[in-house]
Design a protein around this ligand. Structure first.
Ligand SMILES: [Cu+2]
Length: 268
């Protein structure tokens, strides 16, 4: 776009050409092993870098910086790409863009899985990501629209952030990862999205966190951009060269969210 703003959309609203471009961007990132590549950036979250440490107060700003950083590198592979969000309230399932193992042309789908390469981890890791969506030990559903509406009603930032983090955000991780049998070892394992150490290697992670970021954005529209404890503003968000204050206004970061639903009320 001419003004440098990219529009993040619902993945279900992308047309075939947009999906093709998105897959191309992910596939190209996954093919790069240095700091511009998918594996390197996925490694910030848990294994091996562990930047998404237990700093709960920075849950929303840190993940905003993370998705933004990832998106910048995605744009280096395919100009103008934006991370799409996964609206997990739409139905109790994964979008087909993530769930099918192959693309319409029969190639491996880079949104289905990625390769985890962490040679310096103990033990060293070199395997594909796994997910078992909906296969949880206790029956669990993805969040419903009313769960998001209840979150958006919370006026206090800290309460909003905590309820979001440990509530529906975590539930989506657990539901998406699930647990099942690792086909290469035969062992019962948790899916990667259900483990902080490996969640970001699953390509759906960034669209889950895009949805979370969008909900924070919608909350900010309602409750104000500066509605955040002032002591958080100067906190750095390593490894990104950004502070909390830097990420409060998404228009400063060069992206926007498409309006997903428009309700037209006809009077008379
Ligand atoms: Cu998360």
């Amino acid at each position: 776009m001419s003004n440098g703003t990219v529009i993040r959309k619902n993945i279900e609203s992308l047309d075939e050409e947009e999906l093709t471009q998105l897959r191309l961007g992910y596939a190209r990132m996954q093919a790069i092993s240095d700091n511009r590549g998918f594996n390197y950036i996925a490694g910030f979250h848990g294994v091996p870098d562990f930047y998404c440490h237990n700093n709960e107060a920075l849950f929303l700003p840190w993940h905003r910086a993370y998705v933004y950083h990832f998106e910048q590198y995605l744009q280096d592979r395919v100009e103008g790409l934006a991370v799409p969000w996964w609206d997990w309230t739409a139905n109790n399932n994964l979008p087909q863009a993530f769930s099918s193992a192959t693309t319409p042309t029969g190639d491996p789908n880079p949104l289905f899985k990625s390769r985890i390469r962490a040679p310096l981890a103990t033990p060293p890791i070199d395997r594909d990501t796994l997910r078992f969506p909906g296969r949880t030990s206790q029956p669990l559903n993805l969040p419903a629209p009313r769960d998001v509406a209840a979150l958006l009603d919370i006026t206090d930032y800290a309460q909003f952030s905590d309820r979001f983090n440990f509530g529906i955000h975590g539930r989506v991780h657990i539901w998406t990862g699930g647990s099942g049998i690792d086909p290469t070892t035969g062992a019962r394992v948790s899916g990667d999205m259900a483990q902080v150490d490996f969640a970001a290697y699953d390509p759906i992670f960034f669209s889950h966190h895009c949805m979370c970021d969008r909900i924070w954005y919608l909350w900010q529209l309602q409750h104000g951009i500066t509605n955040i404890p002032t002591e958080l503003l100067n906190r750095p968000l390593p490894p990104f060269n950004l502070t909390v204050a830097d990420v409060l206004d998404i228009s400063q970061l060069g992206y926007d969210y498409a309006i997903d639903r428009i309700t037209i009320t006809v009077e008379g």
